[in-house]
Structure formats: structure tokens, C-alpha cells
Design a protein. Sequence first.
Length: 109
Amino acid sequence: MWFVPICQQCETKWSWWETNKVSTKLDTRMVCLHCHAHQYASKKTLKVTGGLTLLIPFIIIVPSMIFKMTLLDAIGLSLAVILSFSIVYPFILKLSSTEEHLVNWGKMK
């Protein structure tokens, strides 16, 4: 079963295309295309995507070294990994109506 993000305000399921459309901006806020409420990636989503982002260089560098790939092969592998991440991201994304941070800097004082 594939999971898609659900708006916390209007409870509308976002399609894969809608999710990609609103999540490709540099702003952390995503605006629901149905009710126009601001939505944010949940803390769990931030943890998962952060972990995947840290793995991407290893997924590219290690096979390049083991199989002695050419630069062109490594670039192709990089594009395939980035494209795969972009395809999977809408299924990983869970929404929150409030902005959540991985670290609460206010409580660290």
C-alpha cells in the first residue's frame, strides 16, 4: 500500500504530482492546493530524509570505487540516485500543521 501525504487541515490526500509541486520550493512551508493551509514536513519525515541524504554520497562513492567507474558512469549513477529519491519522497512525506524541528534549540540553554 502506497501512502501519500494528507493535509492536516482539510484531510485531503495529496497526489504524487501535487506533493512534488509543493515540495520543490526552498521554503519549508508547503501550501495545500485544496484549502491553502500551510503544512510542514513532520519530525519523522525530517529524520528519514536526513538519514537518506547522508547515505546518498556513500551510495554513489562506494560503488564508484569498487567498480572503478569512469566519471561519466559516476555522474549517471548520481542522477539515478537523485531521481530515485525524488520519486520516493512523496511516499515518505508526512505532514504536520505546525513546524517541527529535529533539535529544539530553545531547551538546550
